[in-house]
Design a protein around this ligand. Sequence first.
Ligand SMILES: [Zn+2]
Length: 247
Amino acid sequence: MNSSPQAEVFEVPAEVFEAAYWLRVQSNSLKQTKALVSELSLQFYKLGWLSGTGGSVTLKVHEHNVPKQNQFIVMSPSGVQKDRMSPEDTYVLSSGGSILSLPPTKSYPNNPPKCTDCAPLFLKVYEMCNAGAVIHSHGLDACLVTMINSSSNEFRIRNMEMIKGIQGHGYHDELVVPIIENAPSEGQLVESLTKAIRGYPKSTAVLVRRHGVFIWGDTWISAKTQAECYHYLFAAAIKLRQLGLPY
Ligand SMILES: [Zn+2]
């Protein structure tokens, strides 16, 4: 006979669940995360990463006493001028990917609200990498670096100080970033992104040929820091190639 105590299963009354839910969607942590997505979108727009409404940003909310895998997720919208976004323009998703709140509809000529097309890709990165933030950049260097060798499915660079800014890397390490082929819509990249993440467990980025890059980190600070280093290294590789120097 098993003498260990049986775990009791409690059913959370609907009204308690609802109350907890409403507390969470009105929390300061969530408001701050929405504001941060809006603020970072403007910063990244100025860097050329989110121009032409392309690219997007997502962050996990950080609420105390909530495990990371259960945290709410904030995502930027699709088809919105990223330099003119406000916190109210962002989407809030459950950890499982259900939309919990969407932006208000704006009058003509604004488009009806639509969540970023990258949502399934972001959710996959959250699921596989325990990330706290993901940045999808359409930066020109991230695009061009995938075209240097159109038959290669990797970007490689070494002997650059900024490699130290990439999680798990030191100056003497070679940085290797997988490249996947582009597709007509971002949602069609899920399978190849999944394979690339599995095949390159040390990488915190996946490049998309003739398109851009997905970069993630444990926190928004880590994702932003690494995104800056990756873009620097992509630009450096292009410049070094133009100069005929090895990298
Ligand atoms: Zn894109």
